[in-house]
Design a protein around this ligand. Structure first.
Ligand code: SAM
Ligand code: SF4
Ligand code: SF4
Length: 352
């Protein structure tokens, strides 16, 4: 394991933003590159990428993660782009897993490269995996993700089970007229592989340049459609800052719904996002981020970075998805030409 530089003691009082929300959860995007081109995330032919030289090394990401941990972050999630495209990712997992006081180290992946890497990730200390899967039909997968990789993803899911990952989650973005007829096969598939399915409302953020309100399948509609076939979906009562609301069917199946678009959960949002080049975004919808990577490369150590984070989180009042509800003529947040000029606005840069 790599020796890490400075250390600061965990904060005694939780750091709260202006709306009283703690800093609890950090999503780290380890690369903006991806091996799929999902229609709701990367629909264009060409993209502007982050310069390779700006991408944080594992050591740099670990210093940043330690600074966040010192201010109360207990849950880390690795994401991307496609995180498994980052070479030797298990090494980073090992370095992060060694940070004292972390409760959870998870990853969201499209699963294409999981077969080869699941065992090493488990050994390195990854606690949980979420695999994004929108369809079980090969033809549809090819159309939706513009790559023929369904078989690889399904094999990857099998492998996660074989190497002992439990509490696997499957995230399905619902698009009207594209895959919303698959909610039952997906529920059954999730059960068959011991996973919990989460239905995600199509969001208008990042690369979703083709977003239209009419294409969103709301939580309300989804629940009505599930209940029409499977009977009552009983809400699971739990207190958590997790974005998914969970439901239980009479046969015991539990599933989640993430209704970021129609019923956002900004009031309890304790998560922020770090891009692969160290830019820190306090809201998925935020247009500006704080350049912690630059500060680090200019000589700031862990405690100086922690001071920057503390100051900025203290004045956070973002409620991006709630603010969007007020827009009557709602279209995609950013058009394609703006995304090309500013790739930091992309979902595949921010990590979703
Ligand atoms: N490539 C990995 C994957 O797909 O799991 C990790 C990064 S991806 C940006 C993280 C999550 O964002 C995925 O579950 C994806 O489905 C979700 N996502 C991307 N664009 C979205 C959109 N417009 N609406 C809702 N979810 C979206
Ligand atoms: Fe799809 Fe994830 Fe890649 Fe976006 S980053 S295109 S959601 S696999
Ligand atoms: Fe949090 Fe922003 Fe998403 Fe609201 S829109 S839940 S504040 S990241």
């Amino acid at each position: 394991m790599t020796a890490l530089p400075t250390r600061s003691a965990p904060a005694a009082d939780p750091l709260l933003d202006r709306l009283g929300r703690p800093l609890g959860n950090l999503r780290i995007s380890v690369t903006d590159r991806c091996n799929l081109r999902c229609a709701y995330c990367m629909p264009e032919e060409e993209y502007s990428w982050l310069p390779m030289a700006s991408v944080m090394t594992f050591e740099e990401l670990t210093v940043l993660a330690r600074a966040f941990r010192s201010l109360g972050v207990r849950r880390l999630r690795l994401t991307g782009g496609e995180p498994l495209l980052r070479r030797d990712l298990d090494k980073l997992v090992g370095m992060l897993a060694a940070i004292e006081g972390l409760e959870d180290l998870a990853m969201t992946t499209n699963g294409v490269l999981l077969s080869a890497q699941a065992a090493a990730l488990k050994r390195a200390g990854l606690s949980r995996l979420t695999v994004s899967l929108d369809t079980l039909r090969p033809e549809r997968f090819r159309e939706l993700a513009r790559r023929d990789e369904l078989a690889a993803v399904l094999a990857g899911i099998e492998e996660t089970r074989r190497v002992g990952f439990s509490a696997l989650k499957l995230d399905m973005v619902m698009l009207r007229g594209v895959n919303d007829d698959e909610f039952l096969p997906m529920l059954d598939y999730a059960t068959s592989v011991g996973a919990e399915l989460r239905f995600i409302e199509y969001m208008d953020v990042g690369g979703a340049t083709r977003w239209r309100r009419a294409d969103v399948v709301s939580r309300q509609e989804l629940l009505a459609r599930v209940e029409a076939v499977r009977g009552r979906a009983e809400p699971v009562v739990e207190s958590s800052s997790a974005p998914a609301d969970r439901y239980r069917l009479a046969d015991g199946t539990v599933f989640g719904v993430i209704s970021s678009t129609t019923q956002p959960f900004c009031g309890s949002c304790d998560r922020s996002r770090l891009t692969a080049d160290g830019r820190w975004f306090l809201c998925l919808y935020a247009r500006q981020g704080l350049d912690l990577g630059r500060a680090l490369r200019a000589g700031a150590g862990e405690s100086e970075v922690a001071a920057l984070i503390r100051e900025r989180w203290g004045v956070r009042d973002d409620r991006g998805a709630v603010d969007r509800l007020a827009e009557h003529e709602r279209t995609a947040l950013a058009p394609a030409d703006e995304l090309r000029r500013n790739p930091h606005l992309e979902m595949h840069t921010r990590g979703g």
